[in-house]
Design a protein around this ligand. Structure first.
Ligand code: FES
Length: 165
């Protein structure tokens, strides 16, 4: 085996040291880039607005600005919340995202159903899938209501969808 010269040892040692420094410097950067994948989304309540004018048994689309849970400073995304007030029973806050392939559904009064334009999926007023390919009911936003100082009923949602209730 050939004996290395002092010069070769120094060159190899320097190269190894530089490589170690490079690896050590890249660890925080890689951690920063990957951290959103492992960071749990921060939950927050978002005011959708007053729902006193929403007619009973007539799903009504309202807009909510929902923060995106990527961990990066990104602007909130506008989401449609279908408010369904029932004569008896709880107020629903349904997602408008079809459970088949995520197209936007809309309430069609002539059908008395939510209609998905992509493949003709149907959901009843409670969000239950009633026709076409959707495999599940519409999801529902985690939500709550409170009465404000003017006596209005205010709907708030959380930035997460729940299983259909
Ligand atoms: S995406 Fe809605 S029915 Fe296919």
């Amino acid at each position: 085996m050939k004996k290395m010269s002092r010069r070769e040892v120094l060159i190899r040692g320097t190269g190894l040291g530089m490589g170690l420094i490079g690896v050590m410097l890249s660890v925080p950067a890689v951690g920063f880039l990957l951290s959103p994948l492992f960071t749990k989304q921060k939950l927050t309540w978002i005011t959708v607005g007053p729902i006193d004018e929403v007619p009973v048994n007539q799903p009504t689309a309202m807009i909510a600005e929902v923060p995106v849970g990527t961990g990066y400073p990104t602007p909130p995304v506008k989401r449609i919340v279908y408010v369904v007030k029932k004569r008896d029973g709880p107020t629903l806050a349904l997602s408008n995202i079809c459970t088949h392939m995520q197209c936007d559904v809309h309430w069609d009064p002539s059908l008395g159903n939510f209609l998905c334009p992509c493949h003709g999926g149907l959901y009843d007023i409670d969000g239950n899938n009633t026709g076409g390919p959707p495999p599940q009911p519409l999801a529902q936003w985690v939500h709550r209501t409170h009465t404000d100082a003017q006596g209005r009923t205010i709907l708030e949602i959380q930035n997460q969808l729940d299983e259909h209730i």
